[in-house]
Design a protein around this ligand. Sequence first.
Ligand code: MSP
Length: 532
Amino acid sequence: MEKFYLTTPIYYPSGKFHIGTAYTEVLADCINRYKRLQGYDTFFLTGTDEHGQKIESKAKEAGLNPKEYVDKQAKQAKELWEKMNINYTKYIRTTDEYHIKACQKIFEKFLAQGDIYKGEYEGWYCEPCESYFTETQLVDGKCPDCGREVKKMKEEAYFFNMKKYVDKLLKYYEDHPDFIKPAYRKTEMINNFIKPGLEDLCVTRTSFDWGIKVLSDEKHVIYVWLDALMNYLTALGYTSDDDSLFKKYWEPDVQFVGKDIARFHLIYWPIFLMALDLPLPKTIVVHNWITMKDGKMSKSKGNVIYPDDLIEKYGLDATKYFLLREVPTSSDGLFTPENFVARYNFDLCNDLSNLLNRTVSMVNKYFGGIVPEYNGIKNEVDESYEEDAKNVINEFENNMKEYEIANALQSIWTFVARTNKYIDETSPWVLAKEVEGESDKEKEEKLEKLKSTMYHLIAGLREIAILIRPVMNDTSDNILRQIGIDSKTITFDSLKEFKEIKNVKVIEKGEPIFMRLNSDEEVEYIKNLMKK
Ligand code: MSP
């Protein structure tokens, strides 16, 4: 079995995750499920990024020591992923002992190789906050956090020699067009960070404690981004006694990151890997953000929406569908209560749920629930429907290959609409009327035509259920169950069997998979959730 290694960023466990934060996880989960359905042996890594000054001060605010605080937060994060049915293979915490040890070893290796050197860090220091700021971070020349005076200070620190690797990195970008998706992010990195001159990176701190200590110089802790990025390696046992997972799964096939952390993953991360002489990830996908009408989601603006609230009211599949449908990789997606309810009512209820219902009830009415086998009777309407059924698979696969999930979903829904149109074009109820009563040759032909129509509808629905499976697993199961197909036997290869469905009986009475919402009431309800 071919391997597939995919990762999300490890999350700062510094508060409750809103739907924006959950987005990267849902995206990666969808690709993981897709690859598994294709027969890959996948390893899906996620976790929490638990060191650094930010976490240290959050813990203080909560009256806990940092470890107690991150234990509590990591538990909460895991509970959310469980609720969202995120099928990760491993959950790494940067406070895990194996990660700490491996990071220390890696740091010493960089030091020994001369990639890390000791120097002096100079910046604006705020004593009460115990923090350094750069000139541009200051607000009116004062501390951006507390507004007090800052002093120019110097302290001993270690630096990573980024300059040494810049040309190699640029060459790598050039030779590997699939390394960064979408491609415009590469241009952004070059123009905004590399061309103006890449500075060496300060990779240790002495102003706080909550971090991994440098083995050979214990008053320094390793900079949280170096510590965090190493998780993708250490989770597989890199540098440990048992590195069998590392041997099996390295390099990442795809890594998902939000646009805010693109710089760390597209510049520093590949440079660290070059310094370790390791193969780079095949692809890093930078996704955009979910935004609100008034910009970024934030508690102070009172516009935050949490996934648990949406799931509780509208179900997991509708929530995931919305997130993945509304945020294309290359631009931001907007969350509005109106949008959410409209997607639910139009896409899920009108288009998908009704299609299933109409089909199940017709197969019951005309054939006592038994789905006729493929009989090859077709006119140009059926021919064109079969053609569309084939094309949607290609479109879907091409979009998934590019990690353009929103487009992949859009192509499925175009096919859902096409299937509804197929019902109108074939008007099975007219055929059914015409075949009633005594049989004669003409009636028999019409009966075969009606059988063929029902077959196509069931085959179309089966195909839709398979295609939506990576995003909407439960809905897919539900559709398959209603049309009498065992979902356990389904893989992506089953898509090839459009004409081979046999011995299938639909359930006696169809059950709506999505019920129409009252728009005004639900929009109000979601608006209230945002004020919580
Ligand atoms: N700890 C770092 C990552 C270290 S990886 C070596 C971090 N954590 S985070 O919790 O702040 O963010 C986790 C993910 O959530 C990031 O991919 C980030 O882009 C994503 N999102 C946070 N808000 C978001 C939206 N509003 N919309 C979409 N994704 C967003 O960064």
